[in-house]
Design a protein around this ligand. Structure first.
Ligand SMILES: *Cc1c(COP(=O)(O)O)cnc(C)c1O
Length: 288
């Protein structure tokens, strides 16, 4: 689909810590970051099954929706995006939805009650019956093939060198792949972009390995909730390091990371790798 080029950049390098970032955001402007890895085996499977379209689910700012729309176009597949919020149907499209439409995705807006059925096996069976030639990808792209794809994020050398790998968590697919691809010699640290503790169980349902920790205190009020403090942090970080962040996932992870470092959370000489999971496509509509 695309070539992968993910350089590693240094953020901090002193006698106490090595802090580097792996720039998955540079893979592609639309299929950026983790969504590339989550989609790649799913696309192969859709082609193998001779499906002619992709169907998936997402909110109005979903990076996964744009990534899927682009990937479908690349593979000459049709795509349907089932979007949360029927009130959006008659409103001007935001940048994310505009982009998805520009890639040929057909958008279906559903109310929040109907959207809640998105994981219901009976609903999905019905949807499959209605669209027999479609390959259905869950919200956020998380399924077994996505987890398999995320096992390809780290190189062997990276797994050997770093003690800690950090990543932002939404549905848990990416962190599950990172956990599955490493041994207990590497600790995987997740930063939840959502409020609440259910994500921990979600990750436990995706992997049986235990060398990971989820930090759930850096959600800033919940999914896609943004404060002035967070915006200021992101702007200061960008100015200092010339690395763009967005406020839903990577900004919150980085904020949490700096907070943990300030608390001396990490043992001396820790070598830490942050995953820049991308998501920059929707940034303009979210930040001043
Ligand atoms: C989707 C997304 C995540 C979360 O990935 P999950 O596999 O759903 O946990 C993290 N960062 C960015 C930028 C994303 O778009």
């Amino acid at each position: 689909m695309l070539t992968q080029s993910t350089p590693i950049q240094s953020i901090l390098h002193n006698q106490d810590l090595v802090l580097d970032i792996k720039r998955l955001d540079q893979i592609h402007p639309f299929v950026s970051g983790n969504k590339f890895f989550k989609l790649k085996y799913n696309l192969q499977e859709a082609v193998r099954l001779k499906k002619t379209s992709l169907i998936t689910f997402g909110g109005a700012y979903s990076n996964h929706i744009v990534a899927t729309a682009y990937a479908a176009k690349q593979y000459q597949l049709q795509s349907i995006g089932i979007i949360r919020g029927d009130e959006l149907a008659n409103k001007p499209r935001n940048a994310t939805l505009q982009q998805a439409q520009a890639f040929g995705m057909q958008l279906q807006f559903v109310n929040r009650t109907d959207y809640k059925q998105r994981h219901d096996p009976q609903f999905l069976a019905q949807l499959q019956q209605q669209y027999p030639n479609s390959y259905i990808i869950p919200e956020g792209g998380t399924n077994q093939l996505a987890i398999q794809g995320c096992q390809d994020i780290l190189t062997i050398a990276e797994k050997q060198y770093y003690d800690v790998i950090c990543v932002a968590v939404g549905t848990g697919g990416t962190i599950a792949g990172l956990i599955e691809s490493t041994t207990a010699a590497t600790h995987i640290l997740g930063f939840s972009a959502l409020k609440g503790d259910f994500l921990k169980q979600q990750i436990e349902s995706l992997t049986s390995k235990t060398h990971w920790t989820l930090h759930s205190q850096y959600h800033f009020g919940g999914y896609a909730k943004i404060s002035d403090e967070l915006i200021q942090f992101i702007q200061d970080f960008e100015q200092q390091h010339q690395i763009p962040l967005e406020p839903i996932y990577t900004g919150k992870m980085m904020y949490g990371m700096f907070d943990l470092i300030a608390q001396n959370y990490f043992p001396k000489n820790s070598k830490i790798l942050l995953i820049h999971s991308g998501g920059l496509q929707g940034k303009a509509s979210l930040m001043p």
